[in-house]
Design a protein around this ligand. Sequence first.
Ligand code: KG4
Length: 349
Amino acid sequence: MYLCTHLSSTIWPILFWVLNPPATTLPLLRDGVLLSNVIASQQVHKDFGGVVPELASRAHEQNIVPVVSEALRRAGVSASELSAIAFTRGPGLLGSLLVGTSFAKALSLSLDIPMVMVNHLQGHILAGFVRQEGVPVREPSFPYLCLLVSGGNSQIVKVSSPLEYEILGQTIDDAVGEAFDKCSKMLGLGYPGGPVIDRLAKLGDPERFHFAKPNIPGLDYSFSGIKTSLLYFVRDQMALDPNFLENNKEDLCASFQKTLIDILMGKLIRAAKESGIREITIGGGVSANSGLRARIVAEGEKRHWNTYLPEFKFTTDNAAMIAVAGWFQYKAGVRTPLDVAPVSRLSDF
Ligand code: KG4
């Protein structure tokens, strides 16, 4: 009994959807430290050029029990030693969330342990707190600002404690990840667009082309106009030179990426000035972008910020960040009732 409360292991059993490839992932924490992180990749989508929601949830269903067993085995922990289970309630693909939520309920009932629901975005915001054995800890102090940039969100969030968030600004239309993805498709570079644009941008001149930046009041963002601006620009140039795209894709990517980073950083700098907060972190898939990471570090040095960049593996969708977010709630005494249902959209939270 004593061992149980001391261990405080938190497991998070399922994934919304992880792009490229999706996977069933199960991190196991002891006292907030990652003990094991078993990942079962899903190969079923490879012939479809994207994630097929129904196949994802079926694969999660097949993988979940073996993955839990393997996570326990690798951590050297028995199921009876678990003291809580965390799970993602949403936002995400409903079928996958349903598998995770149902499994969490079953485990909670059968082991008589509490469960804790986590908002996917909360995970991104707290990704900097994933602790690994043998890895030195460097975590932001509260309050800090998190630039949360993914395929579905672009927000500046003030984080006052692991359980207190305030959205200072957010996109009024597309997310910045969507801008990367849609423009990559437009340039014929494939999906997801962020990694390929990032790679080509390193070879190009970011000052070669200029795209219009939106003029949005306050700390909000807009990314829908820039894709139209790129579309018209490329269309006009192609009319003059049919090889324009092929001959200029590195410069196009570099210039386009720089514009997105300028937009993101403009509002982040303003948020830091207005709030007086100098602890700055980033999260979400787009925070893997090498140009954005370099720029945050450079601005941080110039502006005397303390900047925290999560490891690459914790920037895109990952389960360890969900486990940590659940762990903070568990420690604070938050418990989720058994009649909870998953939600696919953020607005349904
Ligand atoms: O957080 P995330 O993994 O998933 C969801 O939004 O659900 O973010 C995915 C987004 C995609 O839009 C992808 O293009 C973008 O993150 N992304 C990047 C990079 N790696 C992934 N964007 C820019 N540069 C990257 N290196």
